[in-house]
Design a protein around this ligand. Structure first.
Ligand SMILES: *[C@@H]1O[C@H](CO)[C@@H](O)[C@H](O)[C@H]1NC(C)=O
Ligand SMILES: *[C@@H]1O[C@H](CO)[C@@H](O)[C@H](O)[C@H]1NC(C)=O
Ligand SMILES: *[C@@H]1O[C@H](CO)[C@@H](O)[C@H](O)[C@H]1NC(C)=O
Ligand SMILES: *[C@@H]1O[C@H](CO)[C@@H](O)[C@H](O)[C@H]1NC(C)=O
Ligand SMILES: *[C@@H]1O[C@H](CO)[C@@H](O)[C@H](O)[C@H]1NC(C)=O
Ligand SMILES: *[C@@H]1O[C@H](CO)[C@@H](O)[C@H](O)[C@H]1NC(C)=O
Ligand SMILES: *[C@@H]1O[C@H](CO)[C@@H](O)[C@H](O)[C@H]1NC(C)=O
Length: 892
């Protein structure tokens, strides 16, 4: 028997590993009664005039198939994004031929199910159209029993160019424009992406290329059954605060051939909870809800965010019987936790608080924003996902925001976040645009939202739903020059889409977590103002996004003292080893065509140098390649230092109210990861390599952090603690001369109480007094390091404060750092020896995948050892050969 003709016993379900048996006339072997036949694998693919015809993997996409079959080069190579623009302007057809065993065709219902079609397609079985698709974010199924036959069945999916479709839809919407029409030229993208329910960044973004994908990006299969099939199980624990009682809302999404009576038993055995319900599954696709009361609520072990506790789960079982026969049997994970978004008056401050309480505990959200990890979703391996998410945790993050211009991520993404304790701020996929509200658009969005909420709501990691990215702000602050007379029309469309449709559905489907209409938003205040606030960036309410490339980023006065910073950041370039595979020698200069081609943010390359030049000497080597790689380095130094300064400002603003502003409870910088090899705001390069910023994040997101800054020439040190318990901490300040590795002097503050979850000023002294007390120091000749300690020793990382820009520092020398790579039983280590104080010491091992324990650091000791965690087999010899060391003075 060929594999293709095989019929497999079902293992179904998107979220969970389910095992389902459906009763039919052949009751002796009930588990085999429901038959699933995967249609994944090799299909054939051709373009509209038939000039190209090739095998194509499903799941997959046209670009991946063309590359795998050698029709095109790596789409990320040099200028290929523009060279391959034709691919998305053509129409493509996927075809497969399959056999179906007779037994499956005798089932009462046979469905052809598509987990994901990208995007606009007509689907043909044996020459008959079975349906159309227009939304990448929906699952589609079609009843096809009557069309199946003996022998070969031919399934064809004809995909229309998404670029053409978007422009046709825009033309059909003639009454008024729905901006933006096109992306800025610098993005080299396609127009009208807001008219198609597809990854919005696939038509280009300010950090990403235009690859409007087409394909079957998720699995395809046949489902044959007689009584019913279970499409999905979800479980949402709900907590009654006044009774201190848990209950679990279990929902079964079932497709029944006809109305079926049965008995459902739901249990969490480990908590001694089990309940049986008589039920009726109505004919067709229905949602059936059961509430399991947990009578042992006080024993429930809770799921906690990373570093606040563990992530325990319980096994939930659901069994269904009809007339004594097992018709349904599934097991899934259930995690217990509560989430509240607290918006209430703040003493001493106009406006409302904005913070998350998890299991009753206020938690400062630390992390970043997630974008699609690849232009071609089929090329994201589980290992890549796991590595990126583990890197987030390794940098002491507890939150990622799945940004609204990408995709609702795959199940594995959320399962890993559940396991690692990463909280997810989940946007719906609308970004930086107005959207149409024709009834077919609204209908497809409604189905998308229902399906996605049902798919994802069992994940404790998701702590909030958010309707869109920046569309409230776009409307409020008029990004698109909408005439005042027309504004009400756009506000009405906005409210229709996000409030009357998306919000309504989410609140109906999921009572276990908050919903926000946009980000940034003023939250409750925006609602008061008719959902579009006059100023959605108001620091007294909700969350803010803040970018400024012109201000000196070392000056914290430029930053908004917001309740919650959900986006902020600075660009940098990835390292040379990441760029090298997609470029050639002539590209390797900061003013090459390649360098400007990859920059999708207007003036971005110039802004990075300007920002860097305010504090550092820019690279000026006469060796062009060294000058290029040094420039990549200096952009990373600038970015790391800028985001550090800003994040530390947010963390130290956690407790205070100053001039009516403060109580900041979140810092999510833009952005965690990259979609290709290009300059961007990311802290992790395409391929997984950590930029200097990501190493800095390890420290600036540490649970206990000393933050130093100056206000009117007075040095302040704050102790920030995310712990649950109080500490008694003192600050220890050490003053170094740039010329000398031995400290000039050292000061200690008196111990002070630092309550858990607070930021406390612990040290304060005018810089002039501090330096005078230290003898031979001036702002230009000295710098400070500082840390916190209690009776048990140092708590948290050591931090530093520059008293002048390093470019003005007197006595900063070439440190002539030497390194020795060794291997012992703990792994690979690099021991450095420095002849003088060295700033932003950067170890680079080229394309050897892995990370150092620390990098980009200030070296104020002669010797220092860091370890290297390799992500593949490597050796002392290979590491030594690849290792380069750069510090600030090595670039000029
Ligand atoms: C067929 O389509 C391809 C891709 O759009 C195009 O390059 C080619 O010229 C076309 N061939 C003919 C014969 O029209
Ligand atoms: C793609 O299909 C559309 C709709 O049938 C058609 O208008 C268009 O010309 C086709 N494009 C190509 C390149 O054949
Ligand atoms: C559990 O609690 C529910 C609601 O309070 C109650 O109806 C049920 O009988 C209890 N079950 C057991 C086994 O005590
Ligand atoms: C850079 O691009 C411009 C404009 O496309 C072109 O004229 C020039 O020849 C290119 N330079 C190099 C070195 O490729
Ligand atoms: C580093 O080496 C250079 C060149 O040999 C030398 O001039 C300089 O003094 C050295 N730096 C230190 C801190 O010793
Ligand atoms: C520091 O490193 C140097 C050179 O590797 C070595 O000679 C010296 O013994 C080390 N000093 C200490 C304190 O480890
Ligand atoms: C590079 O810049 C530094 C610092 O401004 C200067 O001292 C040095 O002479 C410059 N080198 C070259 C090759 O221009």
């Amino acid at each position: 028997m060929t594999l293709r003709g095989n019929i497999f016993i079902s293992v179904l379900g998107v979220l969970f590993c389910l095992f389902v048996g459906v009763l039919s006339g052949f009751s002796s072997v009930p588990e085999q009664q429901r038959r699933t036949q995967s249609l994944d694998g090799k299909w054939s693919l051709s373009n509209s005039n038939g000039s190209l015809s090739l095998p194509a993997e499903v799941p997959g996409c046209v670009h991946s198939a063309l590359q795998q079959q050698g029709f095109i080069q790596d789409p990320y190579f040099r200028f290929n994004d523009v060279s391959y623009r034709w691919i998305a302007l053509d129409n493509w057809t996927y075809t497969t031929t399959f056999n179906v065993v007779a037994q499956a065709r005798t089932k009462q219902k046979v469905l052809l199910a598509f987990e994901g079609v990208d995007t606009v397609a007509s689907i043909w079985l044996n020459g008959v159209i079975v349906g159309n698709t227009d939304n990448m974010f929906r699952r589609y199924d079609f009843a096809v029993r009557h069309l199946l036959k003996d022998g070969d069945n031919v399934l064809k999916v004809s995909l229309l160019s998404p670029v053409l479709y978007a422009s046709q839809r825009r033309d059909a919407h003639s009454a008024y424009r729905v901006p933006p029409e096109c992306p800025p030229d610098v993005q080299k993208g396609e127009c009208h992406v807001n008219f198609i329910r597809k990854e919005q960044s696939s038509f280009s973004w300010d950090w990403g290329p235009s690859f409007p994908t087409m394909g079957l990006w998720k699995g395809v299969r046949l489902e044959a059954f007689d009584v019913l099939q279970l499409i999905q199980v979800s479980s949402v624990p709900l907590y009654n605060f006044s009774l201190s009682q848990w209950r679990v809302q279990v929902e079964l999404l079932v497709d029944a051939v006809q109305t079926t009576n049965g008995q459902i038993t739901v249990s969490v055995p480990e908590l001694g909870s089990e309940q049986t319900f008589r039920t009726q599954f109505l004919s067709g696709e229905t949602k059936n809800t059961f509430i399991l009361h947990i009578n042992t609520s006080s024993q429930v072990k809770l799921w906690w965010p990373n570093r606040h506790g563990d992530q325990p789960f319980y096994q939930l079982t659901v069994r269904g019987f009809q007339d004594g026969f097992l018709i349904l049997n599934t097991k899934s994970k259930v995690y217990f936790r509560t989430v509240e978004l607290v918006q209430e008056p703040v003493v001493g401050s106009p406006g409302l608080s904005f913070y998350f309480r998890i299991n009753g505990k206020p938690i400062f959200l630390k992390g970043s924003n997630w974008i699609p990890a690849h232009s071609f979703q089929d090329q994201i391996s589980p290992a890549v996902l796991r590595n990126l998410l583990q890197s987030a945790v390794d940098a002491n993050m507890n939150t990622l925001r799945v940004w609204g211009g990408g995709v609702y991520e795959q199940d594995l993404f959320y399962s890993i976040c559940d396991e690692l304790g990463i909280m997810i701020w989940q946007d719906f996929m609308f970004a930086c645009a107005m959207y149409p509200t024709e009834s077919d658009f609204i209908q497809t969005v409604r189905e998308e939202v229902v399906q996605q909420v049902r798919r994802l709501k069992s994940h404790p990691s998701i702590i909030i739903w958010s309707g869109n990215n920046e569309n409230e702000a776009a409307l409020a602050t008029d990004w698109f020059s909408i005439p005042a007379s027309q504004r009400p029309l756009y506000v009405k469309d906005y409210v229709t889409l996000y409030v009357n449709n998306i919000r309504e559905i989410v609140q109906d489907e999921d009572q276990s977590r908050p919903f926000l209409v946009s980000s940034p938003t003023n939250g409750a205040e925006s609602e008061q103002e008719g959902w579009v606030a006059a100023n959605p960036y108001d620091p007294h309410y909700g969350d803010t996004h803040f970018y400024s490339y012109i201000h000196d980023c070392w000056d914290w006065r430029a930053f908004p003292r917001t309740r919650f910073a959900s986006e902020y950041g600075f660009q940098s370039w990835p390292s040379f080893s990441t760029l090298q595979p997609v470029s050639v020698k002539e590209d390797w200069s900061y003013d090459s065509n390649f360098t400007s081609h990859r920059q999708h943010h207007a003036d971005g390359n110039q802004q990075m140098l300007l920002q860097a030049a305010s504090h550092f000497n820019l690279p000026n080597s006469t060796d062009p390649l060294k000058r290029f790689t040094d420039t990549l380095y200096i952009t990373q130094v600038m970015q790391a230092q800028c985001v550090k300064t800003q994040t530390e400002f947010y963390r130290r603003s956690q407790t205070e109210i100053i001039e009516g502003k403060g109580h900041t409870m979140g810092a999510l910088y833009w952005q965690l990861n990259d979609i290709w090899q290009a300059p961007s705001w990311s802290s992790i390069e395409f391929g997984g390599k950590w930029k200097m910023l990501h190493y800095f994040a390890q420290n600036f997101f540490a649970a206990i952090l000393p933050v130093g800054f100056e206000d009117e020439d007075t040095l302040f040190i704050y102790a920030v603690s995310d712990l649950s318990h109080d500490l008694k901490l003192r600050a220890v300040v050490t003053v170094y001369s740039w010329t000398d590795l031995d400290p000039v002097c050292s000061l200690k503050s008196d111990p002070l109480l630092v309550p858990g979850g607070s930021a406390v000023a612990i040290f304060k002294q005018p810089v002039a007094d501090l330096l005078a007390g230290c003898g031979r120091c001036t702002r230009l000749t000295c710098l400070l390091t500082f840390h916190l300690e209690d009776s048990g020793g140092q708590q948290g990382p050591t931090n530093h404060h520059f008293l002048c820009s390093p470019k003005d520092a007197q006595g900063l020398q070439r440190p002539n750092i030497t390194a020795k790579v060794q291997q012992d039983k703990t792994g690979l280590t690099v021991t450095l020896h420095s002849a003088s104080v060295a700033a932003f010491v950067w170890l680079d091992v080229g394309d050897i995948p892995g990370r150092f324990s620390s990098n980009g650091f200030l070296m104020v000791s002669r010797n220092m050892t860091v370890s290297f965690t390799a992500w593949r087999q490597t050796s002392v010899a290979e590491l030594s050969r690849s290792l380069t060391i750069t510090s600030l003075t090595d670039v000029y």
